[in-house]
Design a protein around this ligand. Structure first.
Ligand code: NAG
Length: 258
């Protein structure tokens, strides 16, 4: 009797230990790096006008490290903003008239949403279920002649290579702290975030919009740590990314990346 009780206690202890460890260590599945067919257009101008801000919650794309190498994704690919930050390799295919010969491939980060338009009878490229990349103009003209307007492309997911650490921009107010994550490497698209004040345990954050994540716990005056999980399941922990005297509007460098 006593033995089976001990065994039960031991089994429960082991289960809890595994659960506790799994908060920190996730063994990532791979991102799907198969090539798929889609189409691409462009928006904005050669200087990236109109591509700033947008539905992922990012701001000045130059300051945030994305530059002009960006695209807006159709509903099918955008996944309600969870795909924001993902990186893609894209080539122009099967269009001898418009594809630039030997143009090779471009790599972009998803930074915006290409909205559907259901009242448009044609050229509604961003409506579901179509896979579509609305590229920044400088990226589009690397693949095809500007006059093409729209081109068939092939694309695949690639790992994001970013300089420096993951960045955390703290916004909102003491009752709703909103954190924008950007410059995320690896799979790139953040799918879950936990936050921890120096006086709290780990708190699951709620996705607000794009890559803005929310907590309703007041953490003013506490240093902030984060556990960030990207779409391939890899989790990285950022200890004391923001010091106790952080202010709303400030951005902090997590120092490390995926
Ligand atoms: C949607 O398409 C219609 C018809 O072409 C157009 O009049 C309208 O401005 C479009 N809406 C948006 C939000 O672009």
């Amino acid at each position: 009797m006593a033995t089976s009780k001990n065994f039960l206690a031991m089994a429960m202890f082991m289960a809890l230990l595994v659960m506790a460890m799994s908060n920190v260590i996730h063994f990532g599945s791979k991102i799907d790096s198969n090539w798929y067919d889609a189409h691409a257009t462009f928006y904005g101008d050669m200087k990236g006008g109109e591509t700033m801000q947008g539905a992922c919650g990012y701001g000045n794309l130059f300051e945030q490290g994305y530059g002009l190498e960006t695209a807006a994704l159709s509903t099918e690919l955008f996944n309600d903003g969870l795909t924001c930050g993902a990186c893609y390799e894209i080539m122009c295919v099967n269009d001898p008239q418009w594809c630039i010969p030997n143009a090779g491939t471009i790599k972009i980060t998803a930074t915006n949403f290409c909205p559907p338009n259901y009242s448009k009878p044609h050229d509604n490229w961003c409506n579901p279920p179509q896979k579509h990349f609305d590229l920044s103009m400088p990226m589009f003209v690397k693949l095809a002649y500007y006059k093409a307007g729209i081109i068939p492309v092939r694309y695949r997911r690639v790992f994001c290579s970013k300089h420096g650490g993951v960045k955390f921009q703290i916004k909102g107010n003491p009752y709703w702290i909103q954190v924008l994550l950007f410059n995320v490497g690896g799979a790139g698209d953040v799918n879950a975030v936990k936050i921890k004040g120096s006086k709290t345990g780990w708190l699951q954050m709620k996705k607000s919009w794009g890559q803005n994540w929310l907590t309703g716990t007041n953490l003013v005056g506490q240093s902030l740590s984060f556990q960030v999980t990207v779409s391939d399941g890899k989790t990285v922990q950022f200890n004391n990314a923001a010091p106790a005297n952080w202010q709303f509007g400030q951005t902090f460098d997590g120092k490390i990346n995926f």
